[in-house]
Design a protein around this ligand. Structure first.
Ligand code: ZN
Length: 342
């Protein structure tokens, strides 16, 4: 079973912690690398460009502390964000030149890459801090192959508010998109850049639908099972179905369940419970995977992409048939991207 995944942070992991990304991507380091991808049948996914608050290896301990709310990250300077994003873009170019990934900007290229040895990569921008009100950096990023964008990560930008990491509340935590955010949406639609609503507030989420765009949450879970602001209410999940969008199961322990938030612990059964709910409410054509590999603490049973087979096996043990497993593991993302990339 081939896996196409909705979200990973391997480019920022390499930018923060590697002096030789091409060599390190061939070694079994982190959640995604070539040996792990081969072992787990990972054929591709959305690769995020993400500007962290500081350039240091990730530490998940704050996220798994059980605190009801983490302080919202402060706004990031445009130049500082650009340094991170264009650095990570440079790493993507290096991995591409080395034949490890293939940056895909058309449906045909995507399917060709999936059939080949390189990982099929759809470039995604997670938080648009590096783009100013003139949107010129957006034009540049599009030229380099960007085809997916989240206007906000979990911090405010000139384009809108992001949800905090907070338990006990849904995503109705702040303002939606600003006028600049609305202009960003329109220009992305013109350029063929998909909008990702993960990390957006409830208000911003519905503004995407009002703009006539499909609601896609590349790495988010159901609020019914994990009550925190990063997760989606059943109304949001129905909106995803009605607009022909997608939701990708986030493997992060803290988003899988309330117990996961409190303890930082989760296992494969929590993933299956989430999938059951996402499928029941959004429908089996609108659910995929959105691992958050290299950006989040993983449940027991998955230590890297090499273990994706364990999740697939758990789906089978739970009674999902081959056709449903195929939709969840890659078919739905591939269908959405075929239509989106054209
Ligand atoms: Zn994220």
């Amino acid at each position: 079973m081939q896996i196409f995944d909705g979200h990973n942070d391997v480019l920022s992991r390499l930018w923060c912690g590697s002096t030789d990304p091409v060599a390190d991507f061939d070694r079994d380091i982190g959640h995604i690398n070539m040996p792990a991808a081969r072992a787990g049948n990972l054929v591709g996914g959305f690769f995020a460009l993400y500007a962290p608050s500081e350039r240091a290896p990730y530490d998940f301990s704050a996220l798994t502390s059980g605190a009801p709310e983490l302080p919202l990250a402060p706004m990031l300077d445009e130049a500082q964000a650009a340094q991170a994003v264009f650095g990570q873009l440079g790493i993507a170019m290096q991995l591409s030149a080395a034949g490890q990934i293939e940056i895909c900007t058309s449906a045909a290229a995507l399917e060709q890459a999936i059939a080949g040895p390189a990982l099929a990569a759809v470039l995604h921008l997670e938080g648009a801090e590096c783009i100013g009100p003139d949107l010129l950096a957006l034009e540049a990023l599009h030229g380099f192959g960007l085809r997916s964008l989240g206007p906000v990560w979990s911090r405010p930008t000139i384009f809108g508010d992001g949800v905090p990491f907070k338990s006990g509340v849904d995503g109705d935590t702040g303002a939606g998109l600003t006028d600049a955010g609305q202009r960003l949406l329109r220009r992305c639609a013109e350029l063929g850049i998909m909008i990702d609503t993960s990390h957006m507030t409830l208000k911003g989420f519905w503004q995407v639908a009002e703009a006539g765009l499909p609601l896609v949450a590349t790495h988010s879970n159901a609020y019914a099972l994990g009550r925190n602001a990063r997760n989606l209410t059943d109304d949001q999940l129905r909106g995803i179905a009605q607009t022909g969008g997608m939701v990708g199961l986030n493997f992060a322990t803290v988003f899988l369940s309330d117990r996961g938030w409190q303890s930082g612990q989760a296992d494969l059964s929590d993933c299956i419970r989430q999938l059951d709910h996402l499928i029941a409410v959004a429908g089996e054509d609108h659910v995929g995977l959105g691992s958050d590999f290299d950006g989040a603490p993983l449940p027991q049973g998955i230590t890297s992409a090499a273990d994706l087979g364990a999740l697939v096996a758990a789906m089978g043990d739970h009674g999902y048939d081959a056709a449903l497993i195929d939709k969840i593991t890659s078919g739905n993302w591939r269908r959405l991207l075929a239509a989106h990339l054209g």
